[in-house]
Design a protein around this ligand. Sequence first.
Ligand code: CA
Length: 494
Amino acid sequence: MTRTARSVFLLLSLTMVVFGPAPQGWAEEARKPNIVFILVDNLGYGDIGAYGGGELRGAPTPNIDQLAAEGLRLTNFNVEPECIPSRSALMTGRMPIRSGLDGPVAKPGNGTGLSPWEVTLPELLKLAGYRTAMYGKWHLGEQNGRLPNDQGFDEWWGFPKSSGETLRELQPGWTPEVSPNQPLLEGRAGQSSHRVGVYDLAMRPLMDEMITERSVAYIREQAGSKQPFFLYVPFSLPHSPPLPNPKFADKSKTDYQNALREIDANTGAILDVLASTGIADDTIVVWASDNGPETLQGIGVQYGAQADSGPFRGEFPSAWEGAIRTPAIIRWPGRIPANRTSNEMVSITDFYATFARMAGVESSIPRDRAIDSVDQTDLFLGQATQSKRDHVMFFYDHTLLALKWRNMKVHFQVRNPADGTVRAAGQGVVNGYAMSLNYPWVFNLENDPKELWNLGGTSEWIGPPVAQIQSRYFRSLAQFPNLQPGQVKPAQPQ
Ligand SMILES: [Ca+2]
């Protein structure tokens, strides 16, 4: 083995999926668990009751809080700085920079989006005999060949991009000829997706109800099947514009508060059908947010009382905790101990290896690419108290913004919202800026969750372990080059 090969091997041993033995009795399980993955859009850590919001925010979330009480509540769940990277990480188990999706790069017409070369989570689960479906927001490509039915889902219905586009028709000068509204699409594996409507402003408040109806119908339809299913439910709320369904439009509340109440009710409808069809005990439910809050934008946005990052600083797109730490609840009755909280470090990439193991297809995780996912089965099942992960790297727009290691965090470049209080809607996200640092900023996240006290000058010792993690990543590129935006396959290593 050459020196390079040896170091790459070492790197893989350290950074790739760590498999343990199957838990006791695992193989005897007659039925693989169904998986329902609910992902909300731009909801902050402090928004729901189980994380200190809910009623405090004038928007009780009893269904989500109950789900948390019945399962595992993660308090150190790490996502990516923005929608596309987070969804890429969930689907691939890879840091989105490896997939060319570490920023807002899925531009119309240039064929970008998740490469068909990627082996997605639903593709893995299909190898384990799962049926797969998705209803809601994709945001990983908008053209045939890059849509959910091309990427492992048997069927899907939803919209390919961001809900923010529904505001276009209110914007002065807009004409649909040059900037058409986003289509609503539907598709099945092996066929092209086809247009079934338009996602415009009139449709925006109705979107999550339609997602919920389809999800409930799918669960009802699958409940009697011998095959397990994976249902991915990426809701559109509370992303801007957070317009709730008219059924939830309480005039004494803000749109955002009403949107939170609607999300809770829709979550409840999905949980109810799992119970009424008798499959709740056979079903893992995950409820998480893809990234932290945004300063809501656009015409008609109500001021104030919007998404909240709880005890953390910042908003998306950044690597402040407020952006990259979101709620994540996991329930599996009888298997995942109820009413448990863990502050162990988990990444959104970790569901890939964890579900692969739970479904018995961990040996099918590809070996011809870097996989950053860590199997967290033991932590989730309460058979381990510690995460197998000790760090997360946060890239955005081809830049390493920050690295979390143990309870410490090092920022290399800072992304900030506009300074001061928000004076105009859209000021934060749209007017935000990148800031280079003379020396990295270091924070002790347990002692200082708000990342206010830079310990860079007094924590110089942290340099070597953090540099080692960075080196391992950069060395991994020699064997597994990153995909560039729009690229289908990685270039051969030199
Ligand atoms: Ca998002």
